[in-house]
Design a protein around this ligand. Structure first.
Ligand code: ZN
Length: 342
């Protein structure tokens, strides 16, 4: 069995992806036509050519512009369903997806249109593919905490379906501490909480996310390596990191995959997971990320299996789901050993 075949069949969870970042060029152009949205690009190739970024802000400018093609419930349904199909094909058993609701409501899209479209697609994935998923609303850190608190109120009709809240967008100059009150409210209402930290920002932002926001996972978190005491704390508390290797490469946070800190994060004893972030913009879905790391960092089967097990440990799922997922991983590993012996 080749590494490609092993990764393809390895059961996994994906915990860090943005629904808006999974619009493939063909769907992007179709939605633009459907909604009469004028674009700077006419073809899929022109659009792919535009996906070259110098840093996070450069990417966010194009990303927010791209969100304009999402207008009606069916648009949100289509993009979510397409992602879940691709994830299912990558043997993702469970996905936790981010949605930047403010980027849509600020353009005048009704909150109900966004939520109904996404939840409809999640229901369809469960019914058609037996795949579970959860939704985490990400508040944009360049906006105020008051706006985040207002959104929390507006989302009340969907509390029963929401998994939790996160923090995303332009990191530098917008430290987690800016949202301490918002995160306290989310926790008090029983939601899971996560935050992007230590992607472009410093280790101090990771520390704030853990200590002030009391997050249950850190999204990215790469910068923690600059602070050994923080690494020890993350290991002791077993707080997972949702690392996104191809995203880091595309946004030029690392010069090459060989220079990616994934291996060092794993060697430090951290609960590391591998994820796609914005798969259509960053050139790959979750299995592409596993394979890019396997090739550049020389990960073996045991390493890949650990990453998959970590993804289920870090997922917001029931103990029964977790046990079943671990059994599926063990069965796949046993199958691969049998194949090698045959
Ligand atoms: Zn992200």
């Amino acid at each position: 069995m080749t590494p490609e075949q092993f990764v393809a069949g390895l059961p996994k969870a994906e915990l860090h992806m943005h629904i808006e970042g999974s619009i493939e060029p063909a769907l992007f152009l179709r939605l633009a036509r459907r909604n009469g949205v004028a674009l700077r690009w006419q073809t899929e190739d022109e659009l792919r050519d535009a996906y070259r970024f110098t840093d996070l802000q450069d990417f966010l400018n194009l990303y927010y512009d791209g969100c304009r093609v999402l207008v009606a419930p069916q648009d949100f349904h289509d993009v979510t369903r397409d992602y879940l199909r691709r994830a299912h094909a990558d043997r993702v058993l469970h996905a936790e997806m981010f949605l930047g609701v403010q980027g849509h409501t600020s353009r005048g899209v009704p909150l109900a249109a966004v939520m109904e479209g996404v939840f409809g697609a999640m229901d369809a994935a469960e019914a058609e593919d037996g795949m579970s998923s959860g939704l985490i609303v990400v508040v944009q850190r360049h906006r105020s905490e008051d706006e985040a608190l207002a959104l929390l109120e507006e989302l009340r009709p969907w509390y029963g379906r929401l998994l939790g809240f996160g923090l995303g967008g332009a990191e530098l100059g917008n430290p987690p501490s800016k949202f301490a009150g918002f995160f306290r409210c989310c926790r008090e209402r029983g939601f899971k909480v996560v935050a992007h930290a230590g992607e472009e920002g410093p280790a101090a932002y990771v520390r704030e996310a853990v200590e002030l926001l009391q997050v249950q996972r850190v999204d990215h978190g790469n910068a923690c390596l600059d602070d050994p005491a923080l690494v020890a704390q993350l290991v002791r508390l077993r707080i997972p990191l949702t690392v996104c290797p191809l995203s880091n490469l595309k946004l030029q946070l690392v010069p090459s995959m060989a220079a990616h800190p994934l291996r060092r994060l794993m060697d430090a004893g951290l609960c590391v997971t591998v994820n796609s972030d914005d798969p259509s913009y960053f050139g790959g879905y979750v299995n592409d990320n596993y394979l890019a790391c396997q090739q550049a960092l020389g990960l073996g089967r045991d390493d890949l299996t650990s990453l998959a097990r970590n993804s289920f440990e870090a997922a917001f799922i029931t103990p029964e789901q977790r046990s079943a997922a671990f059994r599926a991983v063990d069965a796949w590993v046993a199958h691969s050993i049998q194949q090698a012996a045959a």
